[in-house]
Design a protein around this ligand. Sequence first.
Ligand SMILES: [Zn+2]
Length: 349
Amino acid sequence: MLISKTLRCKVFNPTEKKLELLNGEYLNFQIYARCGKNFGVYSLTKSTFNFKYKRKSRKRKQPMPLAGQSTQFRITNNKLTPYWFKLPVKGKRGGIWLPIKPHENIDSSWEVREAKVIKRKKDFWIYITIRKEVSLKTSYSSVLALDIGEKVIAAAVLSSVRKPIFLGREVRGIRRHHAWLRKRLQERKLFKKLKEMRGKEGRRVELVLHEVSKYIVELAEENNSIIVLGDLKGIRKGRKGKRFNRIINSFPFNKLSFFIEYKAHLKGIAVVKIGEEYTSKICSRCGERGKRIKQGLFKCPNCGYQANADFNGAMNILKRSLEHVSKDGAVAFSPEPPMTEKTRAEAHV
Ligand SMILES: [Zn+2]
């Protein structure tokens, strides 16, 4: 499986000469992007830009795109920074090697693809797309099932332990606090402040999502579990109704599942998505229709089972995913074919 990501790198302490060349190339590119006048831009950069955008840009500043074959990336033993990036520059054979600081450390197993150069205030940043091939483990000893909840971001349950783990409770608090703040700022017509706050809320939530996904993947790694997620797209398409609308509107679900998948794949852990239909309404003990009563509590009128509703959901997802588990508790994973409705029904233990 091929995974890719963007590495954000700051150009770090370049020599004056290199900075001058970089500045010149970047400036000439900006002119070219705006009005098509060419004062000297590396030819492949020009054609990459033309290919990608097909017309002049009206933007004041345009990221300078670099074709993968015109760049190079090196990891060295240099003490200042081990990472070096070769940037193509018009009129300079072999380009210039720039010292860069990536936002996270990477090893040489990654392949460098295209990149783009961005200037922020006086600093240059290079965003590099990197990718690598990972192979997912095909056998596991347990299942880690996840339900996306209303009160918590994720309710997790391990097939080997079967106790609930609740994650991301703080998101609700962040949302509430910011909603309150927004209201106050609106009342006082502090629109500039309001705009600033918007980004802040998103960043705080994203930070929590990163922590939650990191924790989940670590848990799966420790327990050699395959990760099973309720399929969020299913909710979006099929389900309407108050509860689901509220969840969809208040939590960045796709982001969380993307983070989990990405981090899991990096460690060779497979993530399976299964339909989430009814997982919140069915009793995980007897399979009958139950009710979500107040404060996130689930109650089954049939067998009297009572539990946290998110935990009940996670248990249902776990049950549905148990088709991966053989009698001795081993879990096999084959990427193809995906689960069918029939196997799903059979898995209903
Ligand atoms: Zn029941």
